[in-house]
Design a binder for this molecule. Structure first.
Ligand code: PMP
Length: 421
């Protein structure tokens, strides 16, 4: 069996923890993907994980494929400056004006690590504040009370991180202004930066109060610290201007990834010119990478941005998420389940609980077992929901009406089956 072979070569049989589904005997094995569908060892599935949000146009989108093929014809790596990466960056800045200058790296993890380093270099301070349940990748500064796979698997603070390093990361409850202000006072003039997911997408979906985000902006300014918006998920997903455009808040630094690479590895950190000018070679904050601004990722990303600029992909993806959110609410309500549904643009998640979900604590109080049971049942009916209560469902421009109807019919059956369990 493939999983046995996989377990003998990979820890847990996978190369990223979120792929090892803890409620199933073995992980899904992918064979191909196209549009809204994944082709796996369990058959054809409507995909709502969409590579954890990396895909917004749909799998194997023809324009992205063409751009990548054209790039391959010209060779795929030069480790030199290219015209395309300049055009790509100019487009990003046009849509996200707070990103005056940027550095293009390979993953969201590198992007947040480097943004934090730049903030420390700029402020000459060492402590950062992050929020409980937010996930910023898998490096030492941020794997403290993290979300995503770290929360799913119950290891929100990783082993192997020196105490001295972990002590420099102060963790505060998400969406709690008082706790945040108190922490800023306590850290005082050692505070280099506050890093936040402006919409939290790694602990289910938690939509913040605008007042919370405003408080982050005001307090960091007052404290002489930088505000970093981690928009690896929200950047170019909730709209061309990201969450910062939606909420009208200008962070000092921003990190991007996922959507902007069109499904190829990418990460970007950028922001105020005077901060970014400290990055090597123009300054002493070091960052370098053989694969930085990889031509294939840039080609794919450019193709995605051009499509997104038409507005059409957002219209389809958002409408799909809206209908699904409403459909889940309806069917769950009809069958007598207490379910809370949260949606923003093309992201949604639902929780088996009464009341509302506004904090990580609310997410923890929901019935994770029921979510996972429903996930397992839905899989049998051809729907691959996001595989953890601590992740979100994503729709894409390939999730047209027919796909949504097919999904809702499958979910109706799944909820009925769950009721009979
Ligand atoms: N930040 C956020 C908000 C993320 O959701 C993720 C990945 N899920 C990362 C950073 C890390 O990105 P990558 O997986 O590309 O390293």
């Amino acid at each position: 069996m493939l999983f046995e072979r996989a377990k003998s070569v990979f820890p847990g049989g996978v190369n990223s923890p979120a792929r090892a589904l803890k409620h199933l005997p073995s992980p899904l094995v992918a064979k191909a993907a196209s549009g809204a569908y994944l082709y796996t060892d369990r058959g054809k599935l409507v995909d709502y994980c969409m590579a954890f949000g990396a895909i917004i146009l749909g799998h194997a989108h023809p324009r992205v494929k063409k751009a990548v093929e054209e790039q391959l014809e010209k060779g795929w790596i030069y480790a030199l400056l290219t015209e395309q990466e300049v055009e790509f960056a100019e487009r990003i800045r046009r849509h996200m004006p707070s990103v005056e200058k940027m550095r293009i790296v390979n993953t969201g993890t590198e992007a947040t690590m480097s943004a934090i380093r730049a903030a420390r270099g700029y402020t000459k301070r060492d402590v950062i504040i992050k929020f409980e349940g937010n996930f910023h990748g898998s490096h030492d500064y941020v794997l403290v009370k993290a979300g995503s796979g770290a929360a799913t698997w119950g290891i929100p603070t990783s082993a192997g991180i020196p105490q001295e390093v972990a002590r420099l990361t102060v963790v505060v409850p998400y969406n709690d202004i008082d706790a945040f202000i108190k922490a800023v006072r306590e850290v005082g003039d050692r505070l280099a930066a506050v890093i936040v997911e402006p919409v939290a997408g790694n602990y289910g979906l938690i939509i913040p109060d605008v007042e919370f985000l405003k408080a982050l902006r005001e307090e960091t300014q007052r404290a002489g610290a930088l505000l970093i918006f981690d928009e690896v998920i929200t950047g170019f997903r909730v709209g061309l201007g990201g969450a910062q455009g939606l909420f009208g808040i200008r962070p000092d630094l921003t990190t991007l990834g996922k959507v902007v690479g069109g499904g190829f590895p990418i990460g970007i950190f950028g922001g105020r010119g005077e901060v970014m000018d400290l990055v090597a070679p123009s300054g002493p904050v070091y960052n370098a990478g053989t694969y930085n601004a990889h031509p294939v990722s840039i080609a794919a990303g450019l193709a995605v941005l051009k499509e997104l600029e038409t507005g059409e992909p957002y219209r389809i993806a958002n409408e799909a998420a809206e209908r699904l959110a409403k459909g889940v609410e309806d069917v769950a309500g009809r069958l007598g389940f207490d379910v809370v549904v949260k949606r923003m643009a093309s992201m949604f998640q639902f929780y088996f609980k009464k009341g509302d979900v506004k904090t990580p604590q609310d997410v923890r109080e929901s019935n994770e077992k029921m979510y996972l049971k429903l996930h397992e049942i839905a899989l049998k009916h051809g729907v691959y929901l996001t595989p953890s209560q601590y992740e979100v469902n994503f729709t894409s421009a390939a999730h047209g009406r027919e796909v949504v109807e097919e999904t809702l019919a499958a979910l109706e059956k799944s909820f009925q089956e769950l009721q009979r369990e």
